[in-house]
Design a binder for this molecule. Sequence first.
Ligand code: ADP
Ligand code: ASP
Ligand code: MG
Length: 406
Amino acid sequence: MLIVQKYGGTSVGTLERIEKVAERVLKTASEGHKLVIVVSAMSGETNKLISYAKYFSPIPKESEMDLLMSSGERVTSSLLAIAIYAKGHNAISLSGRGAGIVTDSNFTKARIETIDPKPILSAIEDGTIVVVAGFQGIDEQGRVTTLGRGGSDLSAVAIAGAIGADLCEIYTDVDGVYTTDPRIEPKAKKLPVISYDEMLEMASLGAKVLQTRSVEMAKKLNVNLVTRSSFNENEGTLITHEDKIMEKPLVSGIALDKNQARVGLIGVVDKPGIASEIFGALAESNINVDMIVQTSGGSLGENITNIDFTVNRDELAKAEKCIYKFKNSHEIRDIQINSNIAKVSVVGVGMKSHTGVASKAFTTMAKENINIMMISTSEIKISMVIDDKYSELAVRTLHSAYQLDK
Ligand code: ADP
Ligand code: ASP
Ligand code: MG
């Protein structure tokens, strides 16, 4: 088989761990498989590099950030190739550029446009193990780009699609995808299988076990995706098409996203085009806006409204900068920022055909006296914004309310 294996930050977190990965890789190779390995930076390394840049500026120049951040994955890819070679097997490491990964120029969250499969395919032909630095590519101008946090998952899936791999295994520090983060709820259960769509929701709502865009890509390219632990031999979780799953639970999991902030625009002049202006400006700055709620300005007067929206906390500084020009032009009276919020979500394809799932979520929050600040729903999820000090409590009570621990 042709297999792509991706090892995350904890799995390559120390030199000893890299050696263990080399041994695991060699064992798979000895079973006759051709292997492409994708690695993350050592755990904590990307955060460290970002904090270095923030020493100089709260919003560091993005194109420089990418070259800086990509270095972490280069270190681990070359070290792993060195470790494998030292154990007597041929191995080479490739950067994103070397692996033919071309992206757009959206620095810090670039999208993959094409992957030339030739460099990897020709390197593995004679049994050489190719180790690719995850998380990165180059744009048309040849500048280094990165693929958004957790982006090595995407590198692995995209490479698996491009070279027509039989399997893409994501090795991490948990056994697979659980009904919720097992670090928050120890009673969480491992799911043997989950549909691409549910995994997509879980990931985009905060379950960082897989990066959202990697799941999107796996679905699009029909990649056989499995997550499992690099610390044991347990079977992991298969992510596949919904119609291949026999038993569909009502609710599959609870996701938590603490990396959220709420921006309240108070006293917005209510005229046609104002929302388009504000959110157009945010989009132009490449900021992802999640929930949006518009309410009446009440006592502020006629033709005045309030707009609340949420963004990722790491994009808050950029969002604030973008919004302030509206305040300066008096289209907004005041801006209120709240970073102490979290989004907790209930996900399940079974919701499509059952009623009462949402009301159960609201009742569960009420019983614990947790106030819900914002709600949004889709066919297969319910999300609630709450005070982040209740995050873990909310996750655990929802987990037990939907009997996910049974
Ligand atoms: P890696 O560095 O290997 O990419 P991540 O830290 O990105 O690993 O993702 C793995 C982590 O995801 C786990 O340690 C776990 O705490 C967290 N996680 C959140 N939700 C879930 C879930 N539903 N199932 C499994 N892990 C989850
Ligand atoms: N090192 C990058 C990050 O921490 C990419 C990854 O680990 O997937 O976001
Ligand atoms: Mg990850």
